[in-house]
Design a protein around this ligand. Structure first.
Ligand code: HEC
Length: 127
């Protein structure tokens, strides 16, 4: 029956559009989002955090995306990021297990990583 078909197609189309919009945001927020100021932060993030949090902080099977409303500055401020890197994190929001501390990352490097994470969040509409 035609009415049923139409009703079924609409949510699909909406989902497809949402996906396209998301892909577009990712494309814009990708490399273009990392200016000279955050280039070093990106390198440090990729070396120390991306194995779990993914490239562009999009998440992996080992850890959550940091480009997520949970980690917007209003929910987890910069101090929460500093604490996470220094002390590690006991599993509480997700089911990936605990995050170990990263003692090899210096205080200055943490600040650069924070700038990169915040910029990547902003580029993806998380403020
Ligand atoms: C071995 C995997 C792993 C690595 C490497 C890792 N993380 Fe995590 N991280 C996690 C997991 C898992 C969680 C989620 C814990 C939960 O809430 O269940 C997490 C949570 C966080 C949080 C949220 C803390 C909170 O208060 O809830 C921040 C911020 C964070 N990570 C930043 C980083 C940064 C920055 C790096 C790199 C210096 C990093 N992580 C490296 C696994 C990792």
């Amino acid at each position: 029956m035609t009415p049923t078909k139409t009703a079924r197609r609409r949510p699909l189309a909406a989902a497809a559009l949402a996906l396209l919009a998301f892909a577009g945001a990712l494309a814009c927020g990708g490399d273009g989002g990392a200016d000279a100021d955050t280039e070093e932060g990106k390198r440090l993030f990729n070396a120390n955090c991306a194995s779990c949090h993914g490239l562009e902080a999009a998440g992996t099977d080992n850890g959550p995306p940091l480009v997520h409303l949970y980690y917007a500055p209003g929910h987890h401020n910069d101090d929460a990021i500093r604490r996470a890197v220094r002390n590690g994190v006991t599993q509480h929001h997700w089911f990936f297990g605990d995050m170990p501390p990263a003692p090899n990352v210096s205080d200055d490097e943490i600040e650069q990583i924070i700038r990169y994470v915040r910029e990547t969040q902003r580029a993806n509409g998380i403020e």
